[in-house]
Design a protein around this ligand. Structure first.
Ligand SMILES: NC(=O)c1ccc[n+]([C@@H]2O[C@H](COP(=O)([O-])OP(=O)(O)OC[C@H]3O[C@@H](n4cnc5c(N)ncnc54)[C@H](OP(=O)(O)O)[C@@H]3O)[C@@H](O)[C@H]2O)c1
Length: 326
């Protein structure tokens, strides 16, 4: 099969279309003819040699797929050849064929394109698990979502707004902020021209927020903690600005704060099946009904994966960047 492979002597992050053996499904896996996959920020790190796949997962990039089942393992139940499915994978998405455990494969609603389906799993799972399962955001609470224009941000804004929370965002351009407001944010802060701490204090009349969903890390940690209300929660989901810093723990103790971190890919199969089931119960019906939608910025052909990465690296996308597999 054709797949995007990492090549290059001394330039290991070159991405090229090449020929590799097709994956073989285990007893509980489906072999899927991939029709669409999507980029995630972690792919940029993996391309450069960081963020290696967990043991047993494909070395090929790509954390989510949508396509047609072409073979099934002998312990698979409830899925047949020819079914259209989408879901989260531990790797292997940037390819003509990929494998997925049948308990993580969700049926693609009739009216959806493969691109729409491939834009959903990673960002909706991440937002849902962090904002609700770990963060316990409830109606009437306030949440600040950093990088509101990211794939995860574009899903999180819609979900938190739908759940009755008051959503603030940060983003790097006025256009991204407008787009966040159109998805349900109450207000946006351009972090390049304004101090988000001062702005949150102004917008909340000095109250602060119940929850912060953060992808920036070290440079934001002290400031994130400073705007949390008593019993506030900081959800640490990314480290785009760095991982190491020093803070005083006074605020954490005095205000009874919680700092909760999580990463999706290294979790066990059982945990990821449970995440898929929670998503299917609470959010898939909303997506099917059109109450929420995956935000797609651009679709590139698979062969142009490298250009798609450069587009993401330049922070040009609002929402998801897709790869179409012809
Ligand atoms: N823990 C998990 O399980 C998990 C799962 C999925 C994703 N993530 C993390 O979630 C984050 C978003 O992922 P994604 O794929 O949705 O990203 P994405 O679509 O590439 O969006 C990232 C956006 O973040 C902003 N940004 C980049 N560097 C920044 C910096 N140093 N300071 C402030 N803003 C910055 C940029 O928007 P502006 O134009 O607004 O600057 C950029 O467009 C990443 O950190 C990723 O690793 C974590």
């Amino acid at each position: 099969m054709k797949a995007i492979i990492r090549t290059g002597d001394g330039a290991p992050d070159v991405l090229q279309l090449g020929e590799v053996p097709s994956p073989k499904p285990t007893r509980t896996q489906l072999l899927v003819d991939v029709k669409a996959t999507a980029l995630n920020r972690a792919d940029l790190i993996q391309r450069r040699g960081g963020y290696p796949p967990p043991p047993g997962e494909s070395e090929i990039l790509g954390l989510e797929i949508a396509g047609i089942v072409s073979a099934i393992g002998d312990a698979v139940e409830g899925v047949a050849k020819g079914d259209k499915v989408f879901g989260l994978v531990g790797g292997g998405g940037y390819a003509e064929q990929a494998v997925i455990d049948y308990r993580m494969a969700m049926p693609i609603p009739d009216e959806w394109s493969f691109e729409q389906a491939a834009a959903v799993p990673e960002v909706f799972f991440t937002a849902s698990e962090n904002i609700f399962t770990l963060g316990g955001v409830a109606a009437g609470e306030t949440i600040l979502i950093h990088a509101g224009g990211s794939g995860v941000g574009s899903a999180g804004i819609q979900m938190a707004h739908h759940a009755g929370a008051c959503v603030f965002v940060t983003a790097g351009t006025p256009k991204k902020i407008d787009n966040c407001v159109a998805l349900g944010a109450v207000a946006g802060i351009n972090y390049k021209t304004a101090d988000f701490v001062a702005e949150i204090q102004r917008l909340t009349e000095g109250q602060g927020v119940d929850v912060v969903l953060d992808f920036i890390g070290a440079p934001y940690l002290a400031r994130n903690l400073s705007i949390l209300k008593t019993k506030g929660r900081l959800l640490q989901v990314g480290l785009m600005g760095g991982a190491t810093t020093e803070i005083s723990l006074n605020t954490v103790m005095r205000n009874r704060l919680m700092i909760i971190g999580s990463v999706m890919r290294p979790q066990s199969l059982e945990e990821k099946i449970a995440i898929t089931e929670r998503f299917m119960a609470r959010w898939l019906p909303e997506l099917k009904a059109g109450t929420l939608r995956p935000v797609i910025d651009t679709v590139f052909p698979l062969a142009r994966a490298r250009q798609a990465h450069e587009y993401m690296e330049a922070n040009r996308n609002f929402g998801k960047i897709l790869l179409r597999v012809d």
